[in-house]
Design a protein around this ligand. Structure first.
Ligand code: FMN
Length: 158
C-alpha cells in the first residue's frame, strides 16, 4: 500500500470531557475518501484504540482539513505516537473552529469539511467511520498543490 499515493488530511474533534491530551484532538490520516455523493458521505479508517477512535465512539462530530504541500509539519506533529498533549500542538497552529462540528479546522488547508458520523464498522484492527458531510469550505481554493504521501515519505506533486 505504500505504492498507493495518498492525500494527507488532519482529522480533528472536540472533546467535551477534557481528556489528558486536552480538549481538542487531531490525527493525521491518509485513509480518508469519498463514499457517496447523494447523500454526501465520506469515510476514515481509524486504528482501534487510538485517541481519535475512542473520542469518535463517544461523540459524532468531527472535522477534516485537506493539507496543502506547505503543511508537512502539521501532518508530522499529529502523527506522533505516545504524545502527551494535543493542546500544545494546536497552540501555535492557526485554526478556526467549525460552527457545525466544533472541531478545529486548519487555516491554509486546501479544503475543510465538517462531518457527523452515521455508521461505525469494526474492520480488523481499525474502525471504518462513515459520516455525512455537513459543510465544506475552501479557505485557499487556489493555493499550492496537495500534500501527498508515497513510499513512506511526504511528497509534493509539483
Ligand atoms: C502519513 C500518515 C498517515 C496516517 N494515516 C492514518 C490513518 O488513516 N488511520 C489511522 O488510524 N492512523 C493513521 N496514521 C497514524 C496516526 O496519525 C497516529 O497513529 C496517531 O496520530 C497517533 O496517535 P494514537 O497514539 O492515538 O494512535 C497515519 C500516520 C501517517 C504519518
Amino acid at each position: 500500500m505504500s505504492r498507493l499515493a495518498a492525500g494527507v488530511v488532519l482529522v480533528t474533534a472536540h472533546d467535551p470531557d477534557e481528556g489528558p491530551r486536552g480538549e481538542d484532538v487531531g490525527m493525521t490520516a491518509t485513509s480518508f475518501l469519498s463514499v457517496s455523493l447523494d447523500p454526501p458521505l465520506v469515510l476514515v479508517s481509524l486504528r482501534e484504540g487510538s485517541r481519535m477512535d475512542d473520542l469518535l465512539a463517544e461523540q459524532p462530530l468531527w472535522g477534516v482539513s485537506i493539507l496543502a504541500e506547505g503543511q508537512r509539519q502539521v501532518a508530522g506533529r499529529f502523527a506522533m505516537k505516545g504524545r502527551v498533549s494535543d493542546r500544545l500542538l494546536f497552540a501555535d497552529l492557526p485554526t478556526t473552529r467549525g460552527g457545525a462540528s466544533g472541531a478545529l479546522l486548519v487555516d491554509g488547508a486546501l479544503a475543510t469539511l465538517e462531518c457527523r458520523t452515521e455508521q461505525r464498522v469494526a474492520a480488523g484492527d481499525h474502525t471504518l467511520v462513515v459520516a455525512r458531510v455537513l459543510s465544506v469550505a475552501f479557505p485557499h481554493a487556489d493555493a499550492a498543490g496537495p500534500l501527498t504521501y508515497f513510499r513512506g515519505n511526504y511528497r509534493h506533486l509539483s
